[in-house]
Design a protein around this ligand. Structure first.
Ligand SMILES: [Cu+2]
Length: 457
C-alpha cells in the first residue's frame, strides 16, 4: 500500500472546485491509499471506533479511514488500473485506489460515514451504495438523485449506517461500460454487538466477468453474455487466493454478483447455511442446509459453516464453463472422431497444428501449446496429483489443524492420512474388464415411424 500525499497536497491547493467538495469543506481530504499488490492484505483491525472482527478480502484489501468530528471519512478515487488476473495475464481495467475491485469498506452499525469520491476516469461517474438504507440524495443514481461526478471532481456522500450486513458499491453512471471495466467494491457493516453473528474467519469477494480477446488487455464492454473470463475480485484460477481456515473455526464467506448471469456457488466437503443476503441477516428458523447456493445478478449471499473436516476442498461456480479461462466456443466437438490421417496431412501444411479433443478435452489441462502473449490456458493449475484442469471461478478452502488465529498464509497442499485417498486397483481386474475404452456398441434401434392415421381410432 502506498500513499498519495503529493496528490492530496495538490487537491488542497485547489485542484477540485470547493463547491463540489461540499460543506464537509475538506480543508484537507482524507488520504486515499492505493494498493498495487494482487495478494490478499491481512484483515485491517479497526484502530479506532467500535471494535469488530474484520473481513478478509480475497486478492484485496480494506480501505483505511480517518475519524473526524465523529465521522468515519474514506476517500475513494475512481481511475484506470492495471490488474493482474492471474500470473501471465494483466488487464487494463477501471477500479478504485489502484485496484479492481476497489478496496472493501468496513464500518459498524450506527457509524456516520463520509465518503469522498474523486473521479480520475476519462468520463463522469457516480457511486451507488447497494443495499444501504440512506437518504435518497445519497443513493448515487446519476441524473436521478445527483448530477454525475465530472472528470477531475470530488463529490461527498454522507449517511449513517442503520443496520449491519453485506453490501457493495458500484457506479450508476454509464453502468454497462463502467461495470464491464471492473468498477465495483465490497461494503461490510459490522454489528454493533461484536458477539452478534460472530465468526472466526469472514471472507468477502465480488464475482465479475470480462471479455478480453486472447493477446489483448482491454475488455470488450459491449459483450452481453459471452464473457471469456469469469472472475472473483477480477482474478481467475489459479490466481485466486485460497480460503485458509483453521480447523474448528466458524467460517463465513460473503459473495456478491455483479456479472450478467447467475452463479451457483458450490462448496465440497461441507454443508452450509445462507445466513445473510443484501437485505439483511436470515433468521435461524428460515435457514436450510445447502451445498450449492445460487447467487443471482445484483445479489449477495453470506454462507456459514463450521470447519470441522480438514482438507483441500474445492470451492467453485458450478457452471462448468465458468471454471475455464478464455476459450473459443466455435471449436467443433471431436470426441470419437479418428483424425489421425487428416492430422498428418494438415501438419505438412501447418507445422504447429494440434489435434484437440479427440479423447475429450483433458489434454488441454496438460498442454504446453504456445499461447499468444497475455493469455491464460483454458484449463490449468497444478495440484499434488497432477493437472487440476480448471480456470475462472475456482478456488480451494484449505482447512488445517492448529493455525494461528489470523494466519491466512497458504499452508501448501493437504497431507492426507494414510488410506484416505482414492486408489488404483492393482493387478488384473477380477473380471474380463480391460483398461481399453469400451467399444461403442453398434446396435441400432429401429423405430417404426407412424405413417397415416390407421392406428388411431
Ligand atoms: Cu458461474
Amino acid at each position: 500500500m502506498t500513499t498519495r500525499r503529493s496528490f492530496i497536497g495538490a487537491s488542497a491547493a485547489g485542484l477540485f472546485g470547493a463547491a463540489l467538495v461540499s460543506r464537509a469543506a475538506a480543508a484537507t481530504l482524507p488520504e486515499a491509499p492505493v494498493m498495487d499488490k494482487p495478494d490478499m492484505a491481512p484483515p485491517l483491525f479497526p484502530p479506532n471506533g467500535r471494535p469488530y472482527n474484520p473481513v478478509a478480502t480475497l486478492n484485496g484489501w480494506t480501505l483505511p479511514w480517518r475519524m473526524k468530528d465523529g465521522w468515519k471519512e474514506f476517500h475513494l478515487i475512481a481511475e484506470p488500473v492495471r490488474r493482474q488476473m492471474a500470473p501471465g495475464m494483466t488487464a487494463n481495467l477501471w477500479g478504485y485506489n489502484g485496484q479492481s475491485p476497489g478496496p472493501t469498506l468496513e464500518c459498524v452499525e450506527g457509524d456516520k460515514v463520509r465518503i469522498f469520491v474523486t473521479n480520475k476516469l476519462p468520463e463522469h461517474t457516480t457511486i451507488h451504495w447497494h443495499g444501504i438504507l440512506l437518504p435518497n440524495g445519497m443513493d448515487g443514481v446519476g441524473g436521478l438523485t445527483q448530477p454525475q461526478i465530472p472528470v477531475g471532481k470530488t463529490f461527498v456522500y454522507e449517511f449513517q449506517m442503520k443496520k449491519s450486513g453485506t453490501f457493495m458499491y458500484h457506479p450508476h453512471a454509464d453502468e454497462m461500460t463502467q461495470m464491464a471495466m471492473g468498477l465495483m467494491g465490497f461494503l461490510v457493516v459490522h454489528p454493533k454487538d461484536p458477539k452478534f453473528m460472530a465468526v472466526d474467519r469472514d471472507f468477502v469477494f465480488l464475482m465479475n466477468a470480462y471479455d478480453i480477446d486472447p493477446g489483448s488487455f482491454t475488455p470488450r464492454v459491449n459483450t452481453m453474455l459471452d464473457f471469456n473470463l469469469w472472475s472473483w475480485n477480477s482474478r481467475v484460477f489459479p490466481g485466486i487466493d485460497p480460503l485458509v481456515v483453521r480447523r474448528g473455526d466458524r467460517v463465513r464467506i460473503r459473495i456478491g454478483n455483479l456479472t450478467m448471469t447467475n452463479h451457483p456457488i458450490h462448496l465440497h466437503g461441507y454443508d452450509f447455511e445462507v445466513t445473510g443476503t443484501d437485505g439483511g441477516w436470515v433468521p435461524k428458523t428460515a435457514r436450510w442446509p445447502e451445498v450449492t447456493t445460487d447467487v443471482a445478478v445484483g445479489q449477495m449471499r453470506a454462507i456459514e459453516f463450521t470447519a470441522n473436516a480438514p482438507g483441500d476442498w474445492a470451492f467453485h461456480c458450478h457452471k462448468s464453463h465458468h471454471t475455464m479461462n478464455a476459450m473459443g466456443h466455435n471449436v467443433p466437438t471431436m470426441i470419437g472422431v479418428d483424425h489421425r490421417g487428416v492430422a498428418e496431412k494438415i501438419l505438412k501444411l501447418v507445422p504447429d497444428y494440434m489435434v484437440m479433443g479427440e479423447r475429450g478435452m483433458a489434454d488441454m489441462g496438460e498442454m504446453e501449446m504456445p499461447l499468444p502473449d497475455n493469455t491464460l490456458p483454458m484449463m490449468t493449475g497444478a495440484g499434488p496429483f497432477g493437472a487440476i484442469e480448471m480456470g475462472g471461478m475456482f478456488s480451494v478452502v484449505k482447512v488445517r489443524e492448529g493455525l494461528a488465529r489470523n494466519d491466512y498464509k497458504d499452508p501448501g497442499w493437504y497431507r492426507h492420512p494414510p488410506g484416505t485417498v482414492a486408489y488404483a486397483l492393482e493387478g488384473r481386474p477380477p473380471h474380463a474388464e480391460e483398461a481399453a475404452p469400451a467399444p461403442v456398441t453398434q446396435a441400432v434401434l429401429r423405430v417404426r415411424k407412424p405413417s397415416g392415421h390407421a392406428g388411431h381410432r
